[in-house]
Design a protein. Structure first.
Length: 136
């Protein structure tokens, strides 16, 4: 697939700026994937949010988690990771906002699948994801 689709999971309360920078930079990088901003635009009942997000994740080739310093409090991110795993959508993380290998990770995201914000490394991770899960 020439242009894999990626769902971006992030802590809306703390890392929205990093999400906007990540999406913007991805358009000007060597990274071979497209990002759609499919985040909920308004507050909605939990069951409606879960149905909407699950469907959007299922339409993607991978879920990329932007891992900030306050991931322990981002319950929606952990739910999105669980939804991706339930649908066989591969997942990896990228440290943002000063987070690093000593930062807390959201439930379900292994440390060995979380990398620094470096576009060459991200491109390699995208390529790896295209050979895993539902992309096999």
């Amino acid at each position: 697939m020439a242009d894999p689709r990626s769902f971006i999971s992030f802590d809306f309360d703390h890392n929205e700026t990093e999400k906007m920078l990540f999406v913007g930079q991805s358009k000007n990088s060597k990274t071979p994937f497209s990002i759609q901003d499919w985040s909920a635009k308004s507050s909605m009942p939990q069951s409606q949010w879960e149905t909407l997000i699950k469907d959007k994740i299922n339409k993607c080739n991978m879920l990329i988690v932007l891992v900030g310093k306050t991931m322990a409090s981002a319950s929606g991110v952990a739910k999105e990771i669980e939804m991706a795993k339930d649908q066989n959508v591969p997942v990896f993380g990228v440290y943002v906002g000063g987070a690093d290998s000593s930062s807390n990770l959201p439930k379900g995201l292994p440390r060995n699948r979380t990398i620094k914000w470096n576009w060459d490394d991200i491109a390699a991770a995208v390529e790896q994801m295209m050979g895993e899960g539902k992309n096999e």
